[in-house]
Design a protein around this ligand. Structure first.
Ligand code: MN
Length: 729
C-alpha cells in the first residue's frame, strides 16, 4: 500500500484482530507523535505522520504487540523533533522508551562509512539489536516503508538506500525468517539497483501472466478434487504462489538459468493441519504427477538454519510443464511468512514455540559474541552480509543428527558446530566412512564423523583460521588462542610485525613505536603494545589489512622529513639511474608524477620542478595538456624531452582495477596473487558497484609492462574476476 495511512485504518485493523491490544495507549501514542511532527513533511509532500502510521500498520500486520506499535508511532520523534526520551518514558513507560531509543540509535549508524568509523558503528548496531529484538523488527518495517516511498528521494540517495537494503536489511529479514518483508525489500531494492533487469523480468512475467494463472488454477482444481475424498482433519488450503522478481533474477543471471529452467516460477502451496498430513499430501501429489528426480527436499525433518520447514517437490504437469509444490502445516506457514515475528503474532495461541524464538535469538547472540572475540570489524560486517547466505548444506552426525552449515563449510566448521570442545580436539575426520583432510568441503547428505585427540594440551592449529568458513568456528579458534597462549602470541605477533617492517624497509625507533601504532591500538581495542602483538599473534588483527595504512603513515611521519614523498616506498631515493635518459642534465633526481604514474613503455615528458628535481609525466597526462594550452613561454621552457633507457629494471607505481562478482574471499585471493608475485601493494581498497559487482583497486609497485601483463593474466584467472585494467586517471 502506498497511499494515505490514517489512524482509522489502524483502529479498524485492531478491532478486527483477535489479538488483544491496548487501543487507548496506541491512540495516545499517535496523538503525541502527530503533534510532535506537526508541520513536518515527507519528501513526497505528505504530512510526516503518514510514515509512523505506515510503519505501525506494517507491524500490526506482522502481529507485533502494543508496545512495539506505540514505539513505531514514536520512532522518529526523539531524532526529528524536540521531544526527549525522558518524555516518552514518562508517558509510555520504560519498554516503549527503550524501543524508541534503540531505533534512534540504529538510525544514527551509517552502515557504509569510512573504515575507521565502521568498527564503532557496527558495534552500535549489534548493541541496539541485542537489547531487544523488537528494535530490529521496527527498523525493518521503517526501512520497508522508506523503500516503498523511495521514488521521492534524489537519485544518489536512492542507490545508497537500495544498496544498504539489499546488503544488510534484507539478509537480516531473511535470517529472522521474515519472508514477506525480505522479498519485498529485495524486490524494491533491486528495482533501483538494476532497473533494466527488473523491468525485463517484470515484462517476461507480464506476457505470460494469463497463461500462468490459467495453469495454476487448473492444477489447484485437480489437486483439490483429488484431496476431497481423502482423510484430512480440515480441508487443506491450496494456493498459487508468485515468485519474487529478485529471486527469478538470481536464478536467471547468477545461476545462468533460462526462464524455462526456473521450475518454481510456477508454484503451488498446500497447507494442512499436521505433519503426518504433509507426507500424506506428498504421496497423493506424487501419485498424480510424475516427480522430477533430485528435486525433492524434506525441510521438515531437516529445517533450514532460519527454522524454515516445508516439503518441496517439483513435478511434471500434464502439459509437460514442471512446477514446484510446497507442503507445510499452518504452524510452519506462520514461521515461513512471519519468522521471528510469529512469536508475537501467536503469543496467545496454542502455537507458541519458544524454542524457535530461542534459536533465532541464538543467531543474534552469535553476532554479538563474534564482535567480542573478533577485533576485525570487517569480519562482523561480513557475518551480517554473507553468513546469511540462503544456501545451506545439511550434514549428518553418525548418530543421525542433522547439522546445517553455510555452503563450502569444512570439517573444522562442522566440528565446532557440534561442540566447542570437539572443535578444539579435532584430529581428523571421516566422511561416509572415508578419511578426509580437515579442509574437505562438506556436501548435503554426507555423514561426517569427527576424530578427536585426547592428548594433553592439544588445541586448534592457527592454520584452521584459513580453513574455517563460518564465523562461529573462527571466533572459537581465536578465543582459544587468545586465552591459552598469550605469551606465545606476543612473541609471534611481534616477530610477524617486525618481519613486515623489514620487508617494506620501515625502521621506526623503539621509543616511537607505541606512538606510531597508537591509532591501530585504539582501533583494535588494545591497551598496550603487548595486547596488540598478542592480537596479531592469535589472528585477531590481520597484518595484511593494516600494513598498507602503516606504510602510508610511515611515509607521512618519517619520509616527509627527507622530502621525497613521491618516491616508491621500497626503493631508496633514486637518481639518474632510474631508467630515464635525460637530455643534457645528468645528475638530477627524478620522480614520477602521481597524476599519471608513467610506466616504462609509456610516452613521457619531464618537468623541471623548483628544487625537487624532474618530475616525469606521460604525454597524455591532463596536466601536460593543460600546460600546453596555457602556452606560457616561461612554463613551456621547463618541459623537456625524456626517454626510457632500454634497460627498464626499475620500479614504478601504477593503480590497477579488478572488477569481479562480489564474494567472500575475493580480496584475499587477489592479494595472494600479488604477494606470490612479490608485488608490493602501496594501498588498496574495494567497494561494491551498483550492479552488485565488486571493484578492487590497488596501487602497486611494478617493474614494467611485462610484469604488469603477467600479473593481469594471473588475476584474470581468479574465480569470478570479470576484468582487470589499469586505472584511468
Ligand atoms: Mn522512520
Amino acid at each position: 500500500m502506498n497511499g494515505e495511512y490514517t489512524i482509522d485504518m489502524i483502529i479498524q485493523k485492531i478491532l478486527t484482530d483477535d489479538k488483544q491490544y491496548d487501543l487507548s495507549k496506541i491512540i495516545s501514542a499517535y496523538e503525541f507523535a502527530s503533534k510532535a511532527h506537526e508541520g513536518q513533511k515527507r519528501s513526497s509532500g505528505q504530512p510526516y505522520i503518514i510514515h509512523p502510521l505506515a510503519v505501525s500498520y506494517i507491524l500490526l500486520e506482522l502481529g507485533m504487540d502494543t508496545d512495539t506499535i506505540c514505539a513505531a508511532m514514536l520512532h522518529d520523534v526523539v531524532e526529528d523533533t524536540p521531544v526527549t526520551l525522558q518524555e516518552v518514558k514518562k508517558r509510555f513507560g520504560q519498554d516503549v522508551a527503550m524501543l524508541v531509543d534503540g531505533v534512534t540509535k540504529l538510525n544514527q549508524v551509517p552502515i557504509f562509512s569510512r573504515e575507521e568509523q565502521q568498527a564503532e558503528n557496527v558495534r552500535k548496531m549489534v548493541l541496539a539489536m541485542s537489547q531487544d529484538i523488537r528494535v530490529i523488527i521496527i527498523k525493518l518495517a521503517d526501512r520497508l516503508h522508506n523503500m516503498r516511498t523511495l521514488n521521492y528521494r534524489p537519485g544518489a540517495k536512492q542507490r545508497k538506500t537500495a544498496h544498504e537494503t539489499m546488503n544488510i536489511y534484507a539478509p537480516i529479514a531473511h535470517r529472522l525468517g521474515m519472508r514477506g518483508i525480505k522479498e519485498e525489500l529485495e524486490d524494491r531494492a533491486f528495482h533501483y539497483l538494476d532497473p533494466f533487469a527488473y523491468s525485463e523480468i517484470e515484462h517476461i512475467l507480464e506476457i505470460k501472466k494469463s497463461e500462468r494463472e490459467a495453469f495454476i488454477t487448473r492444477i489447484k482444481k485437480n489437486i483439490a478434487e483429488r484431496f476431497n475424498d481423502r482423510e484430512f482433519s480440515k480441508q487443506p488450503q491450496i494456493e498459487g504462489r508468485v515468485k519474487s522478481i529478485y529471486s527469478i533474477y538470481k536464478k536467471m543471471f547468477l545461476h545462468h538459468k533460462s526462464i524455462e529452467e526456473i521450475y518454481d516460477k510456477y508454484a503451488v502451496r498446500i497447507i494442512v493441519s499436521t505433519v503426518g498430513e504433509c507426507y500424506n499430501a506428498l504421496g497423493l501429489v506424487h501419485d498424480m504427477y510424475r516427480p522430477i528426480p533430485n528435486r525433492f527436499k524434506d525441510y521438515i525433518s531437516t529445517p533450514k538454519s532460519n527454522m524454515y520447514q516445508s516439503l518441496h517437490t517439483t513435478v511434471l504437469g500434464k502439459e509437460g510443464i514442471p512446477f514446484e509444490i510446497q507442503i507445510r502445516t499452518w504452524d510452519m506457514h506462520a514461521t515461513a511468512e512471519y519468522g521471528i515475528a510469529a512469536h508475537w503474532k501467536y503469543k496467545q495461541g496454542i502455537h507458541t514455540s519458544n524454542d524457535k524464538m530461542e534459536q533465532r535469538l541464538a543467531w543474534v547472540r552469535q553476532v554479538i559474541e563474534a564482535q567480542q572475540t573478533s577485533d576485525d570489524v570487517e569480519e562482523i560486517v561480513r557475518i551480517i552480509k554473507n553468513d546469511l547466505a540462503p544456501e545451506d548444506i545439511v550434514v549428518m552426525t553418525p548418530k543421525g543428527d542433522s547439522i546445517s552449515l553455510p555452503i563450502d563449510s569444512t570439517i573444522i566448521d562442522f566440528a565446532y558446530k557440534i561442540h566447542t570442545q570437539i572443535g578444539h580436539k579435532t584430529a581428523g575426520a571421516k566422511v561416509d566412512g572415508k578419511l578426509v583432510p580437515l579442509d574437505y568441503k562438506l556436501h548435503t547428505g554426507e555423514i561426517c564423523e569427527i576424530l578427536t585427540s585426547n592428548e594433553f594440551g592439544k588445541g586448534p592449529n592457527r592454520s584452521w583460521l584459513n580453513i574455517a568458513k563460518t564465523n562461529e568456528a573462527k571466533s572459537k579458534i581465536r578465543s582459544w588462542f587468545k586465552k591459552e597462549c598469550r605469551e606465545e602470541n606476543i612473541v609471534t605477533g611481534k616477530a610477524e610485525l617486525e618481519k613486515e617492517f623489514r620487508h617494506y624497509r620501515m625502521s621506526i625507533p623503539d621509543d616511537e613505536l607505541e606512538a606510531f601504532l597508537m591509532d591501530d591500538l585504539k582501533r583494535h581495542n588494545c591497551q598496550t603494545l603487548d595486547d596488540f602483538y598478542a592480537s596479531i599473534g592469535y589472528g585477531g588483527v590481520l597484518l595484511s589489512k593494516i600494513i598498507a595504512r602503516l606504510k602510508d603513515k610511515y611515509m607521512k611521519t618519517y619520509k616527509t622529513l627527507e622530502n621525497n614523498t613521491a618516491e616508491p616506498v621500497i626503493k631508496p631515493a633514486r637518481k639518474i639511474n632510474s631508467g630515464i635518459i635525460l637530455d643534457k642534465i645528468d645528475d638530477c633526481s627524478v620522480k614520477f608524477a602521481q597524476c599519471c604514474n608513467p610506466l616504462p613503455g609509456d610516452e613521457i615528458v619531464g618537468f623541471i620542478t623548483r628544487g625537487h628535481g624532474i618530475s616525469i609525466h606521460t604525454t597524455s597526462c591532463t596536466n601536460y595538456a593543460a600546460a600546453l594550452k596555457r602556452d606560457s613561454p616561461e612554463e613551456l621552457a621547463r618541459w623537456m624531452d625524456v626517454q626510457w633507457t632500454d634497460n627498464q629494471q626499475t620500479s614504478l607505481q601504477t593503480t590497477i582495477e579488478v572488477t569481479a562478482l562480489d564474494r567472500v574471499g575475493l580480496v584475499y585471493d587477489i592479494c595472494a596473487i600479488l604477494m606470490e608475485a612479490r608485488i608490493p601493494i602501496i594501498h588498496s581498497s574495494s567497494r561494491n558497484l551498483k550492479n552488485g559487482n565488486a571493484m578492487f583497486e590497488a596501487k602497486i609497485t611494478i617493474a614494467g609492462m611485462d610484469q604488469l601483463k603477467g600479473l593481469f593474466e594471473k588475476l584474470r584467472k581468479v574465480k569470478d574476476v570479470i576484468s582487470v585494467e589499469r586505472a584511468k586517471i
